[in-house]
Design a protein around this ligand. Structure first.
Ligand code: GTP
Length: 338
C-alpha cells in the first residue's frame, strides 16, 4: 500500500514498483484506490496500458477506497498474481479525513508493506509528513521520489532519524524505470557531496569490458598505453553518460562539476575522438612519426586544425608520462590528487 501527500509521486511509484517486480519474474496488479482525484484513476490505467500491467479500478461515484482495495485484492487472488500495489489518495496537507480513509484501506487489505512516498525536494515538509503518517497509519518503509532533482537527500537522514522507518527505494526520474533500491552508504556520500562512487563503478562495469580493463591495467603498468587506448577511454566516457555525468560522481569534484554545468560539454572529447580516428594504426602506436605533413592530413580528415592535433598529441604525452610515474610510484601520484 502506497501513501503520501498529493503530488509526491505515489501513482508513478506504483507503476515503477510493478515494473521492478515483473523484472524479477513476479506478477503485480495495480489498484486505483485514489478516488478523490478522478485523473489518478485514468493516470494509473494509462500507465498500466503502457507497461502492460493489470489495473483494478471502479466507478468512484459508487465505491469507497477501502472497497476498491479489497475488491482489487480479491481479483488479484483469482488471477493468481503475486503482488497487489494499492495507490491511495493524497492531499496537499495531512488532515483527519485523509488519515481515516487510509486507515480503512489498511484494515481492508492488511498490507505486507505500507510505504510512504515522499518528495525529496520538499525538505522539512517531508519530515513532518513522514512523522504524521507513521504515527497514524504505521509505516514499514519509505520511497524518496525525485532524487534526480537538485535535492541532495538531506531530508532522508532526518526522516529516518525522526521516524526510525527505513528508506527502501529512491525515485530517480519520471520514467517507469526510474526507481532504485536505496543504499544508505551512497546517500551518505551524496549528502557529503563526495560523489557517488558506487554508481560510477556500476556504470563503468556496464560500459567497460572486463578483459579490456585488465589489458588497460597491464598497459598502464608496462607504459605501453597507445593513442588507440586513449580513443577507447574516450568512447568509454561517452558510454558512461559523458564527461559531466562521470565527473559529478567523483569524490571531491562532484560539486565543482555541477557548478560547471554547461561548460562541461563533450565537444572536446568528440574532437579528440575524430582526430585519433583520422590517424593510421601506425601513427596511433608511434605518434612520434606525426610531423607537419601528417598533422595537416589528420587535421583535414577530422575537420580540425593542425594546432588541435598538436594539443591531442601533447595531452596524450602527458597522460603517458603520468602513467609511467604512476606505475613506478603510485602513492606519490595519489598525493598529487589530494
Ligand atoms: N523527476 C521525477 N519526477 C517524478 C518522480 N516520481 C514522480 N515524479 C513526477 O511527479 C509528479 C507527481 O507524480 P504522481 O505519481 O502523479 O503523484 P501522486 O502522489 O500520485 O499524486 P496525487 O495522485 O495527486 O496524490 C508527476 O509529474 C511525476 O512524473 C521522480 O522520481 N523523479
Amino acid at each position: 500500500m502506497l501513501v503520501g501527500l498529493q503530488g509526491s509521486g505515489k501513482t508513478t511509484t506504483a507503476a515503477k514498483l510493478a515494473l521492478q517486480m515483473r523484472r524479477q519474474s513476479h506478477s503485480a496488479m495495480l489498484v486505483a484506490a485514489d478516488l478523490r482525484r478522478p485523473a489518478a484513476i485514468s493516470q494509473l490505467e494509462t500507465l498500466g496500458k503502457q507497461l502492460d500491467l493489470p489495473v483494478y479500478s471502479e466507478d468512484p461515484a459508487s465505491s469507497t477506497p477501502a472497497k476498491v482495495a479489497a475488491a482489487g485484492l480479491r481479483r488479484a487472488t483469482e488471477l493468481a498474481l503475486t503482488w497487489v500495489i494499492v495507490d491511495t489518495g493524497g492531499r496537499l496537507h495531512i488532515d483527519e479525513e485523509l488519515m481515516g480513509e487510509l486507515e480503512e484501506v489498511k484494515r481492508a487489505v492488511n498490507p505486507h508493506q505500507t510505504l510512504l512516498v515522499v518528495d525529496a525536494m520538499t525538505g522539512q515538509d517531508a519530515v513532518n509528513a513522514a512523522e504524521a503518517f507513521h504515527q497514524q497509519i504505521g509505516l514499514d518503509g519509505m520511497v524518496m521520489s525525485k532524487m534526480d532533482g537538485d535535492a541532495r537527500g538531506g531530508a532522508a537522514l532526518s526522516i529516518t532519524r525522526v521516524t526510525g522507518v527505513p528508506i527502501k527505494f529512491i525515485g530517480t526520474g519520471e520514467r517507469p524505470d526510474g526507481l532504485e533500491p536505496f543504499h544508505p552508504d551512497r546517500m551518505a556520500s551524496r549528502i557529503l557531496a563526495m560523489g557517488d562512487v558506487m554508481t560510477l563503478i556500476e556504470r563503468a562495469q556496464e560500459a567497460v569490458d572486463e578483459d579490456k580493463a585488465k589489458e588497460l591495467e597491464r598497459k598502464m603498468r608496462t607504459s605501453s598505453f597507445t593513442l588507440d587506448d586513449f580513443l577507447d577511454q574516450i568512447q568509454g566516457v561517452k558510454k558512461m553518460g559523458g564527461l559531466a555525468s562521470v565527473l559529478e560522481m567523483m569524490p571531491g569534484i562532484g560539486n565543482a562539476a555541477k557548478k560547471m554545468q554547461g561548460q562541461l560539454d563533450d565537444s572536446e572529447l568528440r574532437k579528440t575522438e575524430a582526430i585519433i580516428s583520422s590517424m593510421t594504426m601506425h601513427e596511433r602506436t608511434s605518434p612520434e612519426v606525426i610531423k607537419a605533413s601528417r598533422r595537416r592530413r589528420i587535421a583535414l580528415g577530422s575537420g580540425t586544425n593542425p594546432s588541435d592535433v598538436n594539443r591531442v598529441l601533447n595531452q596524450f604525452k602527458q597522460t603517458q608520462r603520468l602513467m609511467r610515474q604512476f606505475s613506478s610510484n603510485p602513492k606519490g601520484i595519489m598525493r598529487m590528487f589530494r
